[in-house]
Design a binder for this molecule. Sequence first.
Ligand code: IMP
Ligand code: MG
Length: 174
Amino acid sequence: MLKPLFTRDQIANKVAEMGQQITHDFSGQSVVLIGVLKGACLFLSDLARQIKLDATFDFIAVSSYGAARQSAGEVQLIKDVTTPLQGQNVILVEDILDTGLTLSFLKKLFAARQPRALKTAALLDKTSRRLVPVEGDYIGFQIPDEFVVGYGLDYAERYRNLPDICVLVNDTPK
Ligand code: IMP
Ligand code: MG
Protein backbone atom coordinates (compact mmCIF):
# COMPACT_ATOMS: atom_id res chain seq x y z
CA MET A 1 0.00 0.00 0.00
CA LEU A 2 1.18 3.52 -0.81
CA LYS A 3 0.74 6.20 1.85
CA PRO A 4 1.30 9.78 0.57
CA LEU A 5 4.14 11.62 2.31
CA PHE A 6 4.94 14.64 0.12
CA THR A 7 2.72 15.90 -2.69
CA ARG A 8 4.05 17.11 -6.03
CA ASP A 9 3.37 20.70 -4.92
CA GLN A 10 5.32 20.30 -1.68
CA ILE A 11 8.18 18.76 -3.65
CA ALA A 12 8.12 21.55 -6.25
CA ASN A 13 8.22 24.24 -3.55
CA LYS A 14 11.11 22.56 -1.76
CA VAL A 15 13.09 22.03 -4.97
CA ALA A 16 12.60 25.71 -5.85
CA GLU A 17 13.97 26.74 -2.43
CA MET A 18 16.98 24.47 -2.87
CA GLY A 19 17.62 25.90 -6.33
CA GLN A 20 17.47 29.46 -4.98
CA GLN A 21 19.94 28.61 -2.24
CA ILE A 22 22.40 27.07 -4.72
CA THR A 23 21.95 30.04 -7.08
CA HIS A 24 22.76 32.35 -4.20
CA ASP A 25 25.74 30.36 -2.91
CA PHE A 26 27.41 30.09 -6.33
CA SER A 27 26.44 33.54 -7.58
CA GLY A 28 28.54 34.57 -10.58
CA GLN A 29 30.05 31.08 -10.95
CA SER A 30 29.26 27.95 -12.90
CA VAL A 31 28.25 24.57 -11.48
CA VAL A 32 28.41 20.95 -12.59
CA LEU A 33 25.48 18.88 -11.33
CA ILE A 34 26.21 15.17 -11.03
CA GLY A 35 23.13 13.01 -10.69
CA VAL A 36 23.28 9.56 -9.16
CA LEU A 37 21.30 7.27 -11.44
CA LYS A 38 18.59 6.33 -11.49
CA GLY A 39 16.86 7.70 -8.43
CA ALA A 40 18.08 11.30 -8.66
CA CYS A 41 17.05 11.70 -12.29
CA LEU A 42 13.72 13.47 -11.72
CA PHE A 43 15.07 15.56 -8.85
CA LEU A 44 18.05 16.70 -10.94
CA SER A 45 15.87 17.67 -13.88
CA ASP A 46 13.64 19.83 -11.67
CA LEU A 47 16.48 21.23 -9.56
CA ALA A 48 18.53 22.19 -12.64
CA ARG A 49 15.66 24.36 -13.87
CA GLN A 50 15.62 26.22 -10.54
CA ILE A 51 19.32 27.04 -10.66
CA LYS A 52 19.80 30.36 -12.42
CA LEU A 53 23.49 29.89 -13.17
CA ASP A 54 25.69 28.62 -15.94
CA ALA A 55 25.19 24.89 -15.30
CA THR A 56 26.06 21.59 -16.92
CA PHE A 57 25.14 18.11 -15.82
CA ASP A 58 26.46 14.60 -15.93
CA PHE A 59 25.49 11.27 -14.38
CA ILE A 60 27.06 8.42 -12.50
CA ALA A 61 25.71 5.05 -11.51
CA VAL A 62 26.62 3.08 -8.41
CA SER A 63 25.71 -0.44 -7.39
CA SER A 64 22.13 -0.52 -6.25
CA TYR A 65 20.11 -2.44 -3.72
CA GLY A 66 18.60 -4.58 -6.45
CA ALA A 67 15.30 -5.93 -5.24
CA ALA A 68 16.36 -5.78 -1.59
CA ARG A 69 15.49 -2.93 0.73
CA GLN A 70 18.77 -3.14 2.59
CA SER A 71 22.06 -1.86 1.27
CA ALA A 72 24.67 -4.54 0.67
CA GLY A 73 27.11 -2.28 2.51
CA GLU A 74 29.59 -1.95 -0.30
CA VAL A 75 29.39 0.69 -3.00
CA GLN A 76 30.78 0.28 -6.50
CA LEU A 77 30.98 2.73 -9.36
CA ILE A 78 29.20 1.29 -12.39
CA LYS A 79 29.25 4.37 -14.61
CA ASP A 80 31.55 7.38 -14.29
CA VAL A 81 31.17 10.98 -15.51
CA THR A 82 32.82 12.14 -18.72
CA THR A 83 33.16 15.76 -17.49
CA PRO A 84 36.60 16.85 -16.20
CA LEU A 85 36.01 18.10 -12.65
CA GLN A 86 39.27 19.80 -11.71
CA GLY A 87 38.60 23.40 -10.66
CA GLN A 88 34.82 23.02 -11.08
CA ASN A 89 32.03 23.63 -8.58
CA VAL A 90 30.60 20.14 -8.31
CA ILE A 91 27.22 19.39 -6.78
CA LEU A 92 26.38 15.74 -6.25
CA VAL A 93 22.65 15.25 -6.62
CA GLU A 94 21.17 12.32 -4.68
CA ASP A 95 17.57 11.28 -4.18
CA ILE A 96 17.98 10.19 -0.56
CA LEU A 97 20.65 9.88 2.12
CA ASP A 98 20.17 6.72 4.10
CA THR A 99 23.14 4.90 5.66
CA GLY A 100 25.51 7.47 4.12
CA LEU A 101 27.66 4.75 2.54
CA THR A 102 27.00 5.92 -1.01
CA LEU A 103 27.68 9.57 -0.25
CA SER A 104 30.88 9.00 1.71
CA PHE A 105 32.16 6.81 -1.14
CA LEU A 106 31.28 9.44 -3.74
CA LYS A 107 32.73 12.32 -1.74
CA LYS A 108 36.09 10.57 -1.56
CA LEU A 109 35.98 9.64 -5.22
CA PHE A 110 35.24 13.17 -6.43
CA ALA A 111 37.43 15.01 -3.93
CA ALA A 112 40.39 13.20 -5.50
CA ARG A 113 39.62 14.97 -8.79
CA GLN A 114 40.34 18.34 -7.19
CA PRO A 115 37.14 20.26 -7.77
CA ARG A 116 37.03 23.88 -6.61
CA ALA A 117 34.00 23.07 -4.43
CA LEU A 118 32.27 19.76 -3.73
CA LYS A 119 28.72 19.93 -2.33
CA THR A 120 25.81 17.53 -2.03
CA ALA A 121 22.13 18.07 -2.62
CA ALA A 122 19.72 15.38 -1.46
CA LEU A 123 15.97 15.70 -1.58
CA LEU A 124 15.40 13.35 1.35
CA ASP A 125 17.43 12.49 4.43
CA LYS A 126 16.88 9.61 6.85
CA THR A 127 19.37 10.80 9.47
CA SER A 128 18.42 8.09 11.95
CA ARG A 129 19.73 5.37 9.60
CA ARG A 130 23.26 6.71 9.25
CA LEU A 131 26.08 4.15 9.54
CA VAL A 132 28.84 6.56 8.56
CA PRO A 133 28.97 10.19 9.70
CA VAL A 134 28.28 12.18 6.56
CA GLU A 135 25.98 15.11 5.89
CA GLY A 136 24.46 16.72 2.82
CA ASP A 137 24.87 20.45 2.18
CA TYR A 138 21.43 21.02 0.65
CA ILE A 139 18.68 18.87 2.12
CA GLY A 140 15.03 18.95 1.13
CA PHE A 141 13.14 16.99 3.79
CA GLN A 142 14.20 15.04 6.85
CA ILE A 143 12.12 11.85 6.97
CA PRO A 144 11.64 9.07 9.53
CA ASP A 145 12.94 5.54 9.03
CA GLU A 146 10.39 4.42 6.46
CA PHE A 147 10.82 3.11 2.95
CA VAL A 148 9.68 5.66 0.40
CA VAL A 149 9.00 5.51 -3.33
CA GLY A 150 8.03 7.92 -6.10
CA TYR A 151 9.62 10.95 -7.75
CA GLY A 152 12.53 8.80 -8.91
CA LEU A 153 12.73 6.50 -5.88
CA ASP A 154 12.00 2.85 -6.50
CA TYR A 155 11.24 -0.45 -4.91
CA ALA A 156 12.60 -3.17 -7.24
CA GLU A 157 12.60 -0.57 -10.07
CA ARG A 158 8.90 0.20 -9.69
CA TYR A 159 7.16 3.42 -8.64
CA ARG A 160 9.84 5.82 -9.93
CA ASN A 161 7.25 7.56 -12.06
CA LEU A 162 4.87 8.45 -9.23
CA PRO A 163 4.61 12.26 -9.09
CA ASP A 164 4.28 12.24 -5.28
CA ILE A 165 6.54 10.67 -2.66
CA CYS A 166 4.83 7.86 -0.77
CA VAL A 167 5.66 5.47 2.04
CA LEU A 168 5.58 1.88 0.82
CA VAL A 169 3.72 0.10 3.58
CA ASN A 170 4.92 -3.41 4.09
CA ASP A 171 2.49 -5.63 2.23
CA THR A 172 4.59 -6.40 -0.82
CA PRO A 173 6.27 -9.78 -1.35
CA LYS A 174 9.91 -9.75 -0.27
P1 IMP B 1 22.92 4.90 1.38
O1 IMP B 1 24.22 4.54 0.78
O2 IMP B 1 22.44 3.86 2.37
O3 IMP B 1 22.85 6.28 1.97
O4 IMP B 1 21.87 4.72 0.24
C1 IMP B 1 21.42 5.69 -0.58
C2 IMP B 1 20.64 5.00 -1.68
O5 IMP B 1 19.79 3.98 -1.16
C3 IMP B 1 19.70 5.99 -2.33
O6 IMP B 1 20.32 6.66 -3.39
C4 IMP B 1 18.56 5.10 -2.78
O7 IMP B 1 18.83 4.58 -4.05
C5 IMP B 1 18.53 3.97 -1.80
N1 IMP B 1 17.48 4.17 -0.76
C6 IMP B 1 17.66 4.41 0.55
N2 IMP B 1 16.49 4.55 1.21
C7 IMP B 1 15.54 4.40 0.27
C8 IMP B 1 14.10 4.46 0.31
O8 IMP B 1 13.45 4.69 1.34
N3 IMP B 1 13.46 4.26 -0.87
C9 IMP B 1 14.11 4.01 -2.04
N4 IMP B 1 15.45 3.96 -2.13
C10 IMP B 1 16.17 4.15 -0.99
MG1 MG C 1 19.84 6.33 -5.53
